[in-house]
Ligand binder design. Structure first.
Ligand code: PAF
Length: 286
């Protein structure tokens, strides 16, 4: 496993590789868990060579967010990636990716401003910008993203489509603990009690998924109210139902069964930890 510590080193090693092999990229911010490792396993099935990037991207954190505190476990991450026989790890420093004079960034438009984007202004512009840089540096043929961050996945698909990036974005289903809690690096902030309380999020998704299948005339408003009631023990930031690929918000009076690719999104605080999750609902094309 080759650890590439600079943009130049990565460009040199990976452009050679990408010429004669298929290359899959798994972009991460490190502090790897089983969810990331599953993305790597998928990458290995898709391509001959795999590069995992580890970079805590300052551009996607707001001024009052946890950039400084974000967990960093580089040596442990390397061990895990070695055990999966990953070919390359790209681990740049911020001053190399964003040298002085760096100016350009991507505007992800309305998609980047709704749901999480409403509460984290600029977050998705930062994600899209760093991902496009990673795509350009690695010249990967595939990049794998988890559906837990479904809005991020859609933002990246939009960026690649709008800017004619040649690589293919591949989605991986959300990986969950046996309890149902979606895996996230931020779960390690949770106390034992908070971890139990957090189960309210996956339980709500599961219950409402079942409810709207049984009740075919269930409206967006009814389901949203049920979600808020069920999430009551937590401090809910939002519970929203979206339509289609661009995740536009559904009208309260719409019936779920009449919608194109409806999805339920939740963001809630468990103590000081912000957790997100989402699931597909049963609409006309799902
Ligand atoms: O999902 C993440 O870990 C990050 O948002 C990503 C895609 C690595 C970009 O920094």
């Amino acid at each position: 496993m080759l650890v590439l510590e600079s943009v130049k080193q990565a460009q040199k090693a990976l452009s050679q590789t990408a010429l004669s092999n298929s290359l899959a990229l798994v972009p991460t911010m490190g502090c790897l868990h089983e969810g990331h490792l599953d993305l790597v396993r998928m990458a290995k099935k898709l391509a001959k060579k795999v590069v995992v990037s580890i970079f805590v991207n300052p551009l996607q954190f707001g001024p009052s967010e946890d950039f400084e505190k974000y967990p960093r476990h580089f040596e442990k991450d390397l061990e895990l990636l070695k055990s999966l026989d990953v070919d390359f790890v790209f681990h740049p420093v911020a001053s190399d990716l964003y040298p002085s004079g760096f100016y350009t960034s991507i505007d992800t438009g309305a998609l980047g401003r709704r749901l999480c984007g409403k509460f984290r202004p600029g977050h998705f512009n930062g994600v899209a910008t760093v991902c496009l840089k990673l795509f350009n540096i690695t010249k990967a043929h595939f990049a794998i993203f988890g559906e837990k961050d479904f809005q991020q996945l859609q933002v990246i698909k939009q960026t690649v489509r709008d800017l004619n990036s040649p690589l293919e974005i591949v989605a991986h289903p959300t990986v969950r603990e046996p309890s149902g809690l979606a895996l996230s690096s931020r779960n390690r902030y949770l106390s034992t009690e908070e971890k139990v309380a957090a189960l309210c999020i996956p339980n709500t998704l599961k219950e409402l998924q079942a409810y709207q299948i049984k009740k075919s005339d269930c409206s967006v408003q009814e389901l949203t109210e049920l979600a808020l009631a069920s999430l009551n023990p937590l401090k809910v930031q939002y519970a929203e139902i979206t339509v289609g690929e661009d995740l536009s918000l559904a009208n309260p009076s719409d019936l779920i069964c009449s919608l194109d690719k409806p999805r339920l999104f939740i963001a809630a605080f468990c103590g000081n930890t912000r957790l997100i999750d989402n699931c597909a609902l049963r609409g006309i094309s799902s």
